[in-house]
Each structure stands twice: as C-alpha cells, then as structure tokens.
Write a protein that binds this ligand. Structure first.
Ligand code: HAM
Length: 428
C-alpha cells in the first residue's frame, strides 16, 4: 500500500467543516481589521529563507525541504510565510501603492521536524504581516487578532507571553554578557547548548535540559540590557494590550526560533494541548525588508498553527458546528424514472439546494436508509401510485409530515423546502 508521507495528514470530508469554520472566522476577523489576503507560491529560492530566517536557526539548518530542480536551482518548500510575503512586497513595489500594507494568509507550510501530536511536516498556518509602520499599536494588534480568533473558536485555556529583543546593538551587547556568564558552566551544559553558545546563544533558553535550566536560572536577561527606545516601545505595546483587555505576562526568557525579530516577540500558549503548546507566535522585524533587498521598512506579524488549534478545540470540546446535512434526498421507486429523477435533482440544485439521489439502483428501503444516513432534511418520493396520478410526495424528515405536490409544481416544492429551512434556522 502506498501511504502518505510521515508527518503529513489527509484532511478527510468529515474534518472539513471544522477547517472551513476556522477559515471563515479568520476571514471575518481579518476583514474587521482590514487585512488583505496574499497568496504566494509553495516553493521559493532557498536563499530567501536562509537569508531571511537565519542560517543558524533550527528551521534553516535542520528542517527545510530543499532540493535541486532539473535546472539545478536550489528550491525550498516554504517553512513559513513572513519571508515570502516580504519577497512579494519588494518584488511588486507594494510600498509605492500605499505606505502601510496589511496582509493576511492561510497556507500550508513544510518543515522536516520529528512528528508528534501538534507537530507535522506539512502543517497549515494563518497569519498576518503589516509592513510600513513602527507603531507599537500594530505590535499589539498582532496579538489582539489571533487572540480574538481563538476566543471566537471557543478556546478558553489561553495565555499570552510577550518579550522584547530590542534593537540588534543591545542584543549583540547582551550576547557577550550571556557568553561571559556561561563560560564557567560550559562543561556542564548539554551538547546542544554547547553548540548554541557559538551559533545561536539566545536559543539556549529553549533548552529542555534540566541542568541547562538550572544554570540559566541566574543568567542575566536581555530585557535588563535594553536601550531606552526599545523599553519605551515595549511599554507602549503593553499599554495597548491592557486597554484591549488582553491578559499577558512578560516572559524575559521567550526566544523565538527565527533570527529576524527586533523589539516585540510573543506567543499565544494553550494549556490544553500538551508539549506543542504554542498556538501562535510572532513579533516585529524592522530589518528584514532591507535584509532581503528592499528599502528600510519596518514590519510586524504573527502566524498560528491550524492543526494545533484543532487539537486545542478537540480537547476543550469548543467547536460546536451546525451540521452540514443534505437538504433533499430523492427516492426513486421506479427504476425507469432514473433519468427523470436526475433531471429533477438538477432543477433543485440550480435552485440552490444541496441534493443527492440513488446512483446504485438500490431498493426503496435502502434509499430511505441512505437518506437517513446522510441526515437529509427532506425526501422527495418519485414513482408508485401517486406518480401515476401525476403527483410527487415530499416528506419532512424532522416532523415526518408528508405533502403531495403535482409533478409540474417543482417550484412550489423548492419554496416549501426553503421556507421550512429558514424557519428552522430562525428557531436554532
Ligand atoms: P513559528 O513560531 O515558527 O513562527 O510558527 C508559528 C506557529 O505555527 C506555531 O506557533 C505553531 O502553532 C505552528 N507550527 C510551527 N511549526 C509547526 C509544525 N511543525 N507542526 C504544526 N504546527 C507548527 C513563524 O512561522 C513566523 N513566520 C511567525 C511570524 C509572522 N513572525 C512574524 N510574522
């Protein structure tokens, strides 16, 4: 048997209503905040990500799906969207059209991580990027938006962690101070952390190793070494979050796995999903556009993982979706009427109803069973004595009430079904 690649998942018809629901909430909230959708290719030149995300990050050094195509160009399946959005922004000179561009996206991403619950190799993110403003209000907006979306999905067990990485100068100074602090402990650090001292020292804070964490307990923190401008920016972000009534905590040890951040970084964490608990992450990246060849343009954004959100929704039983059952099933008593039944189904479908009928020459009993299995709201019965008299029978499956119509009164049948569906919607 040929199976799907490890770490990828089929999204089967039974899962689709939940995906559609999340997507519709994302569209609604992005519209409320006036973000415009952007779609970029699934693959890009590898250099976009190595330069954008950073050579020493886990994503670039271990996780990217990179290959040479037939013309020997190095291609990478996108592991995240920020670099791609920035590339598109620069390539199409979008800053000339308006001074602030607010984008959103929903897209698959690819990272060759070790699969586990909430960690896949093809996963899906929705997110937003705002390019062109340094306003701390936008940093707050990037937390308010996902928080609102997660609340609308019924999630409760959420917390928001924020931190500031300041400007590169203060971060570089701090890295030296941290290195100095770690010097006497080098031998006791885990192998991974030892390597990180020279490659990506801030990520040491992400270590799960008990001994590393003990050593880090007394380590100096970046936030204590920030310049005044960065501190002032961070204060304003906090104020904006307070006035938006977003509960948050400052976590001075929050480091993110991508190199492009300046100033604010944040994560929205769920207490309902086990170890892969970050539903959303993001931050400000004021240097990335320039780094990727554009003019100096500040940026800020977030991305949230849909599979992790679905896991949280399942664990909190938060998604109660209206059932998407069929409006009408056509039961055909007389096999000779199958062409007629099909034409009738087309008429109802053109009138906006979701309709199905028997394609398997089943008995009447089996057709009724199928209508029940599909939760059809109405059944239309064609054939038998009524049909011989020029009549058809509509059965409301909810009330079991049956109404007779003339064969050529199909419009009346549509009206009857629609008015009943509307009435039911009003009631629920
Ligand atoms: P990230 O933290 O790498 O940030 O990913 C954002 C979210 O994507 C995570 O919080 C998680 O929910 C989900 N995610 C990441 N990796 C996986 C995986 N292997 N399986 C399932 N879900 C995953 C970024 O991607 C940045 N581009 C965010 C950003 C936008 N920063 C600024 N703008």
């Amino acid at each position: 048997m040929i199976k799907a690649i490890t770490g990828t998942k089929d999204i089967l018809p039974a899962d689709i209503p939940q995906w559609r629901h999340i997507e519709s909430v994302v569209l609604k909230v992005m519209n409320e905040f006036n973000y415009k959708e952007i779609r970029t290719p699934v693959f890009e030149q590898t250099i976009l990500f190595t330069r954008g995300i950073g050579e020493s990050t886990d994503i670039v050094s271990k996780e990217m799906y990179t290959f040479l195509d037939r013309s020997q160009t190095s291609i990478t399946l996108k592991p995240e969207m920020t670099a791609s959005v920035v590339r598109a922004f620069i390539e199409h000179s979008l800053e000339k059209k308006q001074s602030l561009n607010k984008f959103f996206y929903i897209s698959p991403m690819f990272r060759q991580e070790r699969p586990q619950a909430g960690r896949l190799r093809q996963f899906h993110q929705f997110g937003a990027e705002a390019l062109g403003s340094k306003s701390p209000i936008l940093d707050a907006e990037m937390i308010i938006i996902p928080f609102r979306i997660l609340k609308l999905l019924g999630l409760k067990n959420l917390s928001v962690k924020i931190n500031s990485l300041g400007v590169p100068q203060s971060r570089e100074n701090y890295k030296k101070i941290l290195k100095e602090y770690l010097k006497p402990h080098l031998n006791k650090l885990s192998e991974d952390s030892k390597k990180r001292v020279n490659t990506n020292i801030l990520r040491i804070f992400d270590s799960k190793d008990q001994k590393d964490q003990e050593i880090l307990n007394n380590a100096p923190l970046l936030i204590e070494y920030l310049d005044d401008e960065s501190l002032e920016h961070f204060e304003k972000v906090k104020q904006a979050l307070l006035s938006a009534k977003i509960p948050f905590e400052v976590d001075a040890r929050l480091v993110r796995g991508l190199d492009y951040y300046t100033h604010t970084t944040f994560e929205v964490i769920s207490g309902s999903v086990g170890s892969q608990s970050a539903l959303c992450g993001g931050g400000r990246y004021d240097l990335l556009v320039k780094e990727l060849g554009g003019s100096e343009t500040p940026g800020v954004g977030f991305a949230a993982g849909i599979e992790r959100i679905l896991l949280a929704c399942a664990n909190e039983k938060s998604l109660r979706l209206n059932d998407e059952s069929l409006d009408l099933f056509i039961v055909n008593i007389d096999k000779n009427l199958s062409d007629y039944a099909f034409n009738v189904s087309l008429f109802f479908r053109e009138n906006g109803l979701s309709v199905d009928l028997d394609y398997l020459n089943r008995s009447v009993k089996a057709q009724m069973r199928e209508a029940n299995r599909q939760n059809a709201k109405f059944v239309l019965i064609l054939g038998g004595e009524e049909f011989a008299k020029g009549e058809i029978l509509l059965k409301d499956m909810n009330t079991s009430q049956q109404v007779t119509f003339l064969k050529d009164e199909l419009e009346k049948v549509v009206q009857k079904i629609k008015s009943q569906l509307d009435a039911n919607n009003l009631r629920s």
